[in-house]
Design a protein around this ligand. Sequence first.
Ligand SMILES: NC(=O)c1ccc[n+]([C@@H]2O[C@H](COP(=O)([O-])OP(=O)(O)OC[C@H]3O[C@@H](n4cnc5c(N)ncnc54)[C@H](O)[C@@H]3O)[C@@H](O)[C@H]2O)c1
Length: 346
Amino acid sequence: MIRLPTEIVRELEPRYRDRRVCVTGGAGFIGGHLVDALVRLGASVTVIDDLSNADLEHLSGLIELEPARVRFVHGSVLEPEAVEHAIGPASVVFHLGAVCSVPRSIENPTRSWEVNATGTIRVLEAARHAGVKRVIFSASSSAYGNATTLPVTEAMLPSPLSPYAASKVAGERLMQAYAESYGMSTVSLRYFNIFGPRQRSGSPYSGVIPKFVEAAMRGEPLTLNGGGDQSRDFTYVGNAVLANLLAGASTAPLAGRVLNIGTGTRTTVRELAERVLAAFGRPASDAVEAPERMGEVKHSLADIDAAREAIGYRVVSDFDEGLGLTLDWWRGGAAAASGARERGEA
Ligand SMILES: NC(=O)c1ccc[n+]([C@@H]2O[C@H](COP(=O)([O-])OP(=O)(O)OC[C@H]3O[C@@H](n4cnc5c(N)ncnc54)[C@H](O)[C@@H]3O)[C@@H](O)[C@H]2O)c1
């Protein structure tokens, strides 16, 4: 579970206590952490998720603890009735439900477009009809493509390199269009490589950090696609959760704004691999180079001044702290799993 500093909890509690909110994709990695935080702040949360990239394990635990304040709708953001049912009387919708991977979008661009673009208009339509006060969209730094100057600012033109990035830019444009056409308060948060506990591993579409940690734990080599010189603004999930909470609580109009959510620092993929290898007592030579993956950007680094000014965003956990917390979580999970193995459990 991520921890927010006490002064932030004090600031946000009055804004969320007894408020009804909806989280699409709330069974997923970032969504699950957001739901935890919302419940802790006193909100009543409805999650809609089709469980295509999640299971109910985490959410079921939360429902058991807080049955009156967590509701789950098993459905797709493409199904208008399910979305209407999930939004109900919510005042804020956090829209995270999406097909979230660049390689998956290259394999099946139509599905990415349907879920990420058409799914977003379904959410906006339901929110419009329900009179929702604010819609917060999980956008992506992939919108910048291979930017020639760093850090990237929201004033730069989008240049999507993959169907995933294009579908996410479409989502942002829809947020802007609904603000212009219907006066809705919408905002897009462009996340920069979010990582943390509970991020999925074990699939070719997983994020680089869970992939590296899992390989390091198994004693396998870590694969540096594209050589490892690429750099990323790796952002701990607590920061993305805070950005959502601040955007949902803000009294600013936020009419279609796009805001970068990162840390303003970057790390190369090779450096990341070496840090992960060292954490498991393995040599840097266990990181091996492999061909570049299609659609991947070379470098990314966020300018976070606009988010700071618009919603009071700040970095609550930097890369070092976030990586430490993530590795602790993996070690805890690994210890629990090996304990279970020793006890002869599956
Ligand atoms: N993780 C990152 O680094 C990152 C970076 C930029 C943007 N984002 C965005 O943040 C959001 C959350 O990402 P995440 O990393 O938690 O990924 P995730 O895959 O863990 O979460 C997405 C959730 O959406 C659900 N989902 C997929 N299709 C759906 C559908 N048709 N209807 C309802 N639910 C559906 C999945 O089952 C999953 O629970 C996504 O919108 C993603 O595009 C993530």
